[in-house]
Design a binder for this molecule. Structure first.
Ligand SMILES: NC(=O)c1ccc[n+]([C@@H]2O[C@H](COP(=O)([O-])OP(=O)(O)OC[C@H]3O[C@@H](n4cnc5c(N)ncnc54)[C@H](OP(=O)(O)O)[C@@H]3O)[C@@H](O)[C@H]2O)c1
Length: 262
């Protein structure tokens, strides 16, 4: 038995997708949605430790940061981000937390035929999603990365943590969007119809890929503008789809080396 923990939980779609994957892969398991208020999260997780057939859970808004403190061990990337979105119950009842957002984003890009290695990357945003993406991209060996964000403190902190983990990657803080092959909106701009564009789309190089984290609407103003310019538009939904295979592997224990959990 697996769970997704959220509040509210009526909108979640991961159980449907994961249950279809369990069926397809012949895994005798089910994922259910659990609506848990923040004040009940610790009790919920403590109770699950004693459930012998509980395999793990997916955590989403608003639990990703708080649940990290309830795990017995974290993978490197979960520790670096201070957040967890997948938790696995080990045979001895202990809990391992991982953060799969960034890996999901990269898997989604690769599934669409867009490579990261050797590319010049522009990423705007320094929140939870953008930070996870920055680490996963750096792990793939891009040629260089330009990071941009509204709040300079959060930007500096992300750049510092990234440089500490990936000293070989050339990271520039601030700069224009021209001169990049892969341009990513990692901010929440685009969710609302009156949001300004997160970057100067008219300055993006011809032939570049423009990728989103925002999932609603599927084609944001940024992606519509990119398409109108003949650029490759890569929707935020691909990040979620890319995470499904990562979640499946982590939760079922098919892949246990995720970042030297310790
Ligand atoms: N596709 C997926 O699977 C997936 C997964 C996770 C998240 N997401 C989406 O990713 C988006 C960001 O989520 P998050 O968890 O990273 O949120 P977050 O931690 O709150 O970060 C929000 C980011 O957006 C920036 N931002 C917000 N309003 C802005 C504005 N008016 N002007 C300029 N920058 C602005 C913030 O800049 P400051 O630092 O200056 O505040 C920050 O960089 C959301 O839309 C979320 O739904 C998608």
């Amino acid at each position: 038995m697996f769970a997704i923990v959220a509040h509210p939980a009526g909108h979640v779609r991961t159980p449907q997708a994961m249950n279809a994957l369990f069926d397809r892969e012949g895994v005798d398991a089910v994922m259910v949605a659990c609506d848990v208020r923040p004040e009940h999260l610790a009790g919920f997780v403590a109770g699950l430790r004693g459930v012998g057939n509980f395999g793990g859970l997916v955590a989403t808004v608003p639990h990703k940061v708080e649940i990290a403190a309830l795990c017995d061990r974290l993978t490197d990337r979960a520790r670096a981000a201070g957040a967890v979105n997948a938790l696995r119950r080990e045979p001895d009842g202990t809990l391992t937390g991982d953060l799969l957002d960034g890996a999901g984003f990269v898997a989604g890009l690769e599934a669409a035929g867009h490579q990261v290695t050797g590319r010049r990357i522009y990423l705007t945003g320094a929140g939870g999603a953008a930070s996870a993406i920055a680490f996963a991209l750096a792990a793939k060996g891009p040629q260089r990365m330009t990071l941009v964000n509204r709040s300079p403190e959060k930007l500096a902190s992300l750049a510092q943590r990234l440089a500490a983990s990936y000293p070989a990657v050339e990271v520039t803080v601030g700069g224009t969007v021209a001169g990049h092959d892969l341009v990513i909106n990692g901010t929440s701009l685009g969710l609302r119809s009156d949001d300004p564009l997160p970057l100067a789309i008219e300055e993006v190089d011809a032939g570049a890929v423009v990728a989103e984290v925002v999932m609603q609407p599927e084609y944001t103003e940024l992606l519509l503008s990119a398409r109108a310019r003949g650029l490759h538009a890569h929707p935020g939904r691909a990040m979620l789809e890319g995470q499904l295979s990562e979640m499946f592997a982590f939760l079922t224990g098919a892949e246990k080396e995720n970042g030297d959990a310790a």
